[in-house]
Design a protein around this ligand. Sequence first.
Ligand SMILES: [Zn+2]
Length: 147
Amino acid sequence: MRCPFCSHQETQVVETREGDEGDVVRRRRRCLSCDKRFTTYERAEIALPAVVKKDGTRAEFEPAKLRASMLLALRKRPVSIEQIDAALARIEEKLLASGAREMPSTKLGELVMRELKRIDKVAYVRFASVYRSFEDVDEFRQLIRDI
Ligand SMILES: [Zn+2]
């Protein structure tokens, strides 16, 4: 955190307070160079890991995209939007809890499949069949047997 007066990089936190809304932290700082004081408002950054695709390229995690693919798998299935959003929230929680800065797309797919398996078996098979792009029929049969 740079001092706004002299741009010195070292500052000392003299006081820390939770903001009114709880998600903002207010910090009173003192510049170690010019001794002036200033206040910063810091918001916890929600850092979801980047998704590493099979070809090695990285993409930002896009909740909207994930939601769309889940909705597609759940088309015409008796599953409410609330259930889908709850599943998405659980996936995001797991991503955040992992603390990882990047994660393979295959792992993200596994997380989605686990959630779909819980809420709707048909959607699970739909998603898995597209996602895993089965190499042979036996593999698909095995999956059907598993559920
Ligand atoms: Zn300063």
